[in-house]
Design a protein around this ligand. Structure first.
Ligand code: DAH
Length: 438
């Protein structure tokens, strides 16, 4: 992940205090979760964990584990998944069989080491922040990206695979951010012969050279450039398969700990450039620590929600989680390119503000998690509309505007106010903010 991190940003914030107390309080208050008879334990999908000072997981997030929207027939995320995997099946074959293995059911519970160390993320890298991740405890977390599985799958002997799965990041709330979203990871490794064919007796993949902006020290220029060409034409083909030709796209240089060089692909959508994938030439260290063979490879990570929102005209990310037939029935068409989502919610939003003084070490993502825990999918957005520091006390004041809206009925003022009051009370009690006005 970069600091702009694909599809969800990394916030600058301070340490998530008293998380263990927060988690257990939440579990006790509002969850149907099994705590295995022991409120200090966390049970996810039958696995039990001991929370500790790193814990940031909340009950409403635990409920999402196992939903696997990307495996639900006719769900827009499943349609996108199928369309992309079919493209790779068609594009790459060996003796008439698909080359890529597809994994869409790997558990999102991973070790912190798999999520970060296995893809060379330095110990102090911004993407490890407690404020941005759902840590189960200091050793386990919900994966923040599908790159967490690259190394283990290469070790298992695969050299071309796709991993599709739910990923989890603590973030702000708006139309394109949700704490759970879906990614597709792709990896393809090449031997000299696989990359250069007949010419391979005259080429070489490796040299003892210098690391430059264009290549790693271990790779020959010709190998790096051929792989880059292969990667970019494959991904352009994939995007064209989804959106047809005539789409404006551009490649932008990027940085990821696990690839070098790295790029992002942006698509022009409704006049704006949107980043839809990150990719690059895999750091040789990841490959050589997993296999003995002389191979180089590329990797990429696609954000499925963003692609689906663009392709089907879906205006808000929370719609992916609805069980409303008026949403789901719209994705039953045979030809997915003909589907355009027709919004059915004409129900009006209700806006309510909440202002408060922040305690020291206040972290914005704690507030967002709390709002989500209490308001669920009735919360459409949380915006920061005002922030200032008291000139005498130096205490920070923030004012958040919360947008409440239901997709299937008109929300009454009373209902929204009740949620709003609960949020204010919980913020006072759990986050120790001092409410000024709600
Ligand atoms: N893991 C990155 C993220 O979530 C996306 C990504 C970028 C995956 C580059 C890759 C890659 O495999 O090569 O932000």
């Amino acid at each position: 992940m970069t600091s702009t991190c694909l599809m969800n940003c990394h916030f600058i914030g301070s340490i998530y205090k008293a998380s263990k107390t927060y988690l257990t309080t939440c579990i006790r208050r509002c969850s149907r979760l099994s705590t295995n008879g022991n409120p200090s334990m966390i049970t996810i999908q039958g696995q039990t964990f001991q929370p500790d000072e790193m814990t940031t997981l909340t009950p409403n997030i635990i409920e999402k584990v196992g939903c696997n929207l990307h495996n639900q027939q006719n769900h827009p995320l499943c349609l996108i998944k199928q369309c992309i995997t079919n493209f790779f099946y068609k594009q790459f074959t060996r003796l008439g069989n698909p080359l890529f293995s597809v994994y869409d059911n790997i558990s999102p519970i991973v070790t912190v080491s798999a999520n970060f160390d296995s893809v060379l993320t330095p110990p102090d890298h911004v993407s490890r922040r407690k404020g941005d991740n759902f840590y189960i405890n200091k050793d386990y977390m919900l994966r923040a990206h599908t790159s967490a599985h690259q190394s283990e799958l290469i070790k298992s002997g695969l050299d071309a695979f796709l991993v599709i799965g739910d990923v989890y990041r603590r973030d702000h709330i708006d139309a394109s951010h949700y704490p759970v979203f879906h990614q597709m990871e792709g990896v393809q490794l090449y031997s000299n012969f696989q990359l250069f064919g007949e010419k391979s007796n005259k080429t070489s993949l490796f040299e003892d050279g210098e690391r430059t902006v264009e290549k790693q020290q271990f790779h020959t220029m010709i190998a790096a450039k051929s792989l880059e060409h292969q990667l970019k034409t494959t991904l352009e083909g994939c995007i064209q398969e989804l959106f047809g030709s005539g789409l404006e796209i551009k490649w932008v240089d990027a940085e990821f700990p696990f690839t070098h060089p790295s790029w992002e692909l942006e698509i022009k959508f409704q006049g704006e450039w949107l980043e839809v994938l990150g990719c690059g030439i895999m750091e040789q260290e990841i490959i050589s620590s997993a296999i003995n063979g002389q191979k180089i490879g590329y990797a990429f990570g696609l954000g499925l929600e963003r692609l689906a929102m663009i392709l089907f005209d879906i205006p808000h990310i929370k719609l992916f989680w609805t069980e409303d037939e008026r949403f789901l029935n719209q994705f039953k068409a045979k030809d997915i390119c003909s589907i355009k989502f027709q919004p059915y919610s004409k129900y009006p939003p209700l806006l309510m503000d909440i202002s408060y003084w922040c305690p020291p070490n206040y972290e914005a993502n704690d507030f967002h998690d709390l709002v989500r825990n209490i308001g669920g999918d009735l919360v459409e957005a949380v915006e920061l509309i005002d922030e200032f520091v008291h000139p005498k006390t130096n205490v920070i004041s923030r004012c958040n505007r919360i947008t409440y809206r239901s997709m299937d009925r008109t929300l009454t003022k009373e209902e929204a106010s009740q949620i709003h009051w609960k949020i204010a009370a919980a913020a006072e009690h759990l986050l120790k903010v001092d409410i000024r006005k709600k």
